[in-house]
Design a protein around this ligand. Sequence first.
Ligand code: FES
Length: 144
Amino acid sequence: MAAAGARTGQFITPGDVPAGQPPVTVYPVDPGSRVVRDGSRLNQILLVRCAPDELDEETRARSADGVVAYSGVCTHAGCDVTLWQSETRRFRCPCHESEFDPRDSGRVVGGPAPRRLPRLAVKIVDGVIVAGGGFTGRPGFQPG
Ligand code: FES
């Protein structure tokens, strides 16, 4: 996975995702060509570090060193999930205030979002964070 913004293209290490800090937005990297797949915002991934003993069983199984990964696109109407509630340590969507719990498989804990944020398993390989597969579901808004 690679950083977004000023550090675009740099690989992400566990040290880039410190405990107690807001999520880091990253994009997948093609393992063969090493091209950063940042052409679609549906590819954006939120990484945040949690205490492993706070994670539900499924989330813990998908995590690495407490780092968990979710789609960064809201399942309500597809806005970017850019806010972080530091008191409750939840993701928050700025458009209609849906909230998602990163410790409980991206469960919706407030607002109109109809489903969890899609999850992504992560691993640490050679000191960098890599995806252990694809998202658990299609990211973003899904028309009924
Ligand atoms: S788009 Fe996120 S709450 Fe509506």
